[in-house]
Design a protein around this ligand. Structure first.
Ligand code: GAR
Length: 209
């Protein structure tokens, strides 16, 4: 709980924004007790910004700077300032394809979550569904986790499995994982917003209602 005040989300994404839409729809349906305070993207034409604007939510492109896989110092400061000004309680990474570093992590310690398209710790990094196909696993899925200084390595909040079928292609498996993300991510964000999540080292527990 948040002393009766609305629980405010800052959502960051680089892509089409289907997880953002799932969370926004779950909020609208009363399944997540939160509001989206701001949506930020490192990609000017990202679908996530368009989805946010269609819902009349504050949406902003902030240039990532000179690096390919992380924010440069100036960009990092701009993201932190925007999120602090929006008074966010939780940062929700929804397909944000840059690794967050020191000052950003320190500014929002323990208050950043991410969704990843595999059952972590298997297949961290890029195109996890392809990694799963290449490895020949029969079950994969998605993971919602807290963000730490590593790549897809923080404490795990929730996971959902999906089967890998014999006739799967990268596209069909990715679509099945995406659908699982859309179910799992809003549930995890709701549990955090309700104050039901307890973290003990690497283990995360959900308090009974
Ligand atoms: C999601 O599948 C998410 O798991 C992945 O990006 C996609 C974003 O889709 N994130 C990562 O791979 C982060 N390591 P969306 O823009 O439609 O929500």
């Amino acid at each position: 709980m948040n002393d009766g005040k609305p629980f405010r989300l800052g959502v960051l994404g680089s892509g089409k924004g289907s997880n953002f839409v799932a969370i926004a729809e779950a909020i609208a349906a009363g399944r997540v007790p939160a509001q989206i305070a701001i949506v930020l993207s490192d990609v000017a034409e990202a679908g996530i910004l368009e989805h946010a604007r269609q819902r009349s939510l504050p949406a902003q492109f902030i240039a990532p700077g000179q690096f390919r896989t992380k924010l440069d110092e100036e960009a990092e400061r701009a993201y932190v300032t925007a999120l602090q000004s929006a008074q966010v309680d939780l940062i929700v990474l929804a397909g944000f394809m840059r690794v967050l570093k020191g000052d950003f992590l320190r500014a929002f310690e323990g208050r950043i979550v991410n969704v990843h398209p595999s059952l972590l710790p298997s297949f961290p990094g890029l195109e996890a569904w392809k990694q799963a196909l290449d490895q020949g696993v029969k079950v994969t899925g998605c993971t919602v986790h807290f963000v730490d200084a590593g790549v897809d390595s923080g404490a795990i909040i929730g996971q959902q499995t999906v089967p890998v079928l014999d006739d799967d292609t990268a596209a069909t498996l990715h679509a099945r994982i995406h659908a699982a993300e859309h179910a799992l991510y809003p549930k995890c964000v709701a549990a955090i917003a309700r104050g039901e999540i307890l973290v003990r080292g690497r283990r995360v527990f959900q308090k009974p209602l």
